[in-house]
Design a protein around this ligand. Sequence first.
Ligand code: DX5
Ligand code: ZN
Length: 223
Amino acid sequence: MVLIAPSLLSADFTRLEEAVRLIEEAGADIVHVDIMDGHFVPNLTIGPRVVELLKSKTRLPLDVHLMVDTPSAVVPWFLDAGADWISIHAEASPHLHRDIAVIKNAGRKAGVALNPATPLAALQEILRDLDFVLLMCVNPGRGSQPFIEASREKIRALRRWRDDLGLGRPWIEIDGGVNLSNLNDLAGDGAEVFVAGNAVFNAPDPREAVRQMRAAARQAGTP
Ligand code: DX5
Ligand code: ZN
């Protein structure tokens, strides 16, 4: 399982329809949509109305990453908007179990996101309930930041943990600073879903960037 998930955060927000079409044509697997509330992270992006409109413009699953302080308040909005995957931050939710259940009961893929300094131990009691874990490899809030190298050990540790339990899930999604140069190594570490904003939308040829990232991830031999 190897999925390339271009992040619209680095796309032109006045031309999001073109952006989703472009990545769809180039062979992207899912569309990563960053929702920021100006509190959990010092930035604001888009809300459920835009997600709903994007949903009508692409057949790719929408992977909605909620960087918000009160996920329980907004998860229903994004379910209604048609989000296919939803991740909520462990740091933001005192009721992770309930929030994840709401997403799963709606028949969508549910994930927990962890900031770089949040230990994997935060997943201890919920790991088996998750479809995916989103490991932040930069501090969330903006695109184009350098990959935090310590994230590699965290990816490997999560993969070991899952393998030791004999589980095929949660899938391991990584977000922040992923590019064509480090993707191979990160796939080798055990990551399976690769979010990339800057490396796709700021590339000279975004279509080619998606194609190359797909090829590189496959080559790394991730099952
Ligand atoms: C960062 C977002 C990321 C961002 C990654 O807060 O969660 O999804 O788009 O961007 P790059 O790939 O540019 O690091
Ligand atoms: Zn993200």
